[in-house]
Unconditional design. Structure first.
Length: 202
């Protein structure tokens, strides 16, 4: 199994470690490959789009055609996991809590609308236990860092987890998106769920 990690900017090492651990736990033979070009997108069986700065990631991925190639492959069924900024990059529409609608490059692959920095800036980062029924009864430790919030979902989108403020995790077919950072939780269940999509061909 070849799992790609969009390696333009963001928390890469944590995702690599979580993915490798999830592979070990699921007894999957595979590797994690950095994705930085359209050619890299072509050779992976699934892709993780990490946290970071979504506008920077989108602009840099657009300049060499990586974003458009990614959008095409996602529409063809490539399994994807987008976390925090990665979720924003996958969304149909993004707006900032302070400045309003953004014009940042997006794949539009997830039929959701996003509010960036919905909980405030870095100092308002927080952690909380989440109910994610698809992962089992055990609560999942959510780490929210300058986190977005999902403010609207399309009819094809399954809500995986919500908190009082709104939706924080979704799935639409081959794509999983979280407002939080599962790679920082010490819990591999989100990554194992993602690997399952690759194994099952969604």
């Amino acid at each position: 199994m070849r799992v790609g990690l969009l390696g333009i900017q963001g928390d890469l090492e944590e995702h690599i470690a979580a993915t490798k651990r999830a592979m070990e736990e699921e007894k999957i033979r595979g590797e994690v490959l950095m994705v930085k070009t359209p050619q890299d997108v072509e050779v992976v069986d699934g892709i993780i789009i990490p946290g970071g700065e979504s506008t920077t990631m989108g602009v840099l991925a657009s300049t060499n055609g990586t974003l458009s190639k990614l959008s095409k492959r996602l529409s063809e069924g490539l399994p994807a996991l987008g976390t925090c900024a990665g979720l924003i990059l996958l969304s149909r529409r993004s707006q900032d809590r302070v400045v309003g609608p953004t014009e940042q490059p997006l794949t539009g692959s997830l039929d959701i609308e996003i509010s960036r920095n919905a909980f405030g800036r870095q100092r308002e980062s927080f952690e909380m236990e989440l109910q994610i029924p698809k992962l089992g009864e055990k609560l999942f430790h959510g780490v929210f860092i300058r986190a977005p919030l999902i403010t609207a979902v399309g009819r094809q989108v399954d809500v995986l987890s919500s908190i009082q403020e709104g939706v924080v995790a979704v799935q639409q077919g081959n794509i999983i998106g979280t407002c939080f950072h599962p790679e920082l939780s010490g819990d591999t269940r989100v990554h194992r769920f993602f690997l399952g999509l690759i194994n099952n061909g969604t």
